[in-house]
Design a protein around this ligand. Structure first.
Ligand code: ATP
Length: 371
């Protein structure tokens, strides 16, 4: 009898062992990745990590040196961009300046030879979708940056592509517009259900938008996961350092297998400890440092000296030093409550604890995002 259908995810895009070399330089080193139908995926990484090259390879704007790209069951590795099924939005407004918004959005539809009336209806629908219902007769120069990107989005969606590719579409916009448009893009993507791949170097943007974040560094994938997974369980010191604000302190694994910072052994979930001795990096988030109700017997309890406090609006961030931490200070977040109730001020010394499930340990020689 036939196998029962596996409850497998519905793969839409498959990247198989893709390499891209520019001369001697390896921009993509053996990238393999599957992307589910309807998902919003962000390629996240520092400048030069290869995220744009990977996006351009998917579009066919760059030809991979080896490997395959399969979209919706079809091997598109060797197809020119015109024969692939995607819409794309670039960082800089790539609208035709001499065409009206209507003509920009309808450009592909005109090329397809659709009847005029049908094009007009479709263009109007698209403009409503991106909240610009009355801007059709304007020229791009008369629009704000955010509005131009909305038009670019409408144009990218006009042909109802299977795949939407976004190359840093929000990077050139003001902070406020960027966040507004981010919400709209996410909402639009959900409603249309179009599989979307976005390139960004902005980790906040990736965490806010993506179903799946692909963290890249030096032409390789460091981690693939939900925003929550990538944030709370970074698989490498690089990801820990690059995504969100993270403290990374130097520690050691002794012969007895215990991880120490300075003289003090840490309580850890054993699964987290690398299987080796020597130097390690111990990481924890500023918001995971506990100052409230820290009893004598609390695990991973230390005495901290508050060097400085930065007021950051909704919270404050303290710089804390511990005797014996080899001269390293770390950051701890404090809510207004904690500042008031616990009398935390610059120059105070007080106990804090580091909950074991919030600590991660990496080999000491692992590369971090800082260098
Ligand atoms: P950024 O955010 O700065 O664009 P990125 O992660 O998108 O960074 P890519 O643009 O993919 O990085 O580039 C990856 C590496 O490949 C970079 O070191 C870049 O200099 C190199 N590279 C990209 N395109 C070419 C090219 N046409 N010729 C030579 N090297 C290139």
């Amino acid at each position: 009898s036939p196998e029962p259908e596996a409850a497998e995810s519905d793969v839409f895009l498959e990247i198989r062992d893709v390499c891209k070399r520019f001369g001697d330089f390896s921009a993509l080193a053996d990238i393999s990745l599957t992307i589910e139908r309807g998902s919003f995926v962000c390629f996240l990484g520092p400048s030069g990590c290869g995220k744009t090259t990977l996006l351009r390879s998917i579009a066919g704007l760059e030809r991979q040196s080896s490997g395959r790209i399969v979209q919706d069951g079809r091997d598109i590795s060797n197809l020119p961009p015109s024969q692939r099924d995607f819409g794309i939005v670039f960082q800089s407004y790539s609208l035709f300046p001499n065409l009206t918004v209507n003509a920009n959005v309808g450009y592909g539809l005109v090329n397809q030879g659709l009847p005029k009336a049908e094009i007009a209806t479709r263009v109007q629908e698209l403009l409503e979708l991106v909240h610009l219902p009355t801007s059709g007769r304007k020229y791009p120069a008369a629009l704000s940056g955010g509005e131009q990107q909305r038009v670019a989005l409408a144009r990218a969606l006009a042909m109802q592509p299977g795949l939407l590719l976004l190359d840093e579409p929000l990077s050139a916009l003001d902070a406020k517009v960027r966040v507004d448009l981010r919400h709209e893009m996410k909402d639009l993507q959900r409603r249309l259900g179009v599989t979307t791949v976005m390139v960004t170097h902005d980790q906040e943007e990736a965490l806010a938008l993506a179903d799946i974040v692909v963290v890249m560094s030096k032409g390789k994938i460091e981690q693939v996961g939900t925003p929550m997974e990538v944030y709370s369980r970074p698989q490498s010191a690089f990801v820990a350092d690059f995504v969100g604000h993270m403290n990374l302190l130097r520690g050691r694994i002794g012969k007895d297998g215990s991880v120490r910072i300075g003289e003090q052994a840490l309580s850890l979930d054993t699964a987290q400890v690398p299987d080796r001795t020597g130097e390690v990096l111990v990481s924890f988030r500023p918001e995971d440092v506990v100052f409230r109700g820290v009893e004598e017997t609390a695990e991973n309890r230390f005495l901290g000296y508050v060097e400085s406090i930065d007021f950051l609006g909704s919270f404050s961030r303290a710089r804390v030093r511990v005797d014996g931490f080899e001269g390293e200070a770390f950051d701890a977040d404090l809510s207004a409550n904690i500042l008031r109730d616990f009398g935390i001020s610059e120059g105070s010394t007080l106990p804090f604890s580091l909950p074991r499930d919030r600590l991660c340990v990496y080999p000491g020689d692992e590369r971090t995002a800082g260098g």
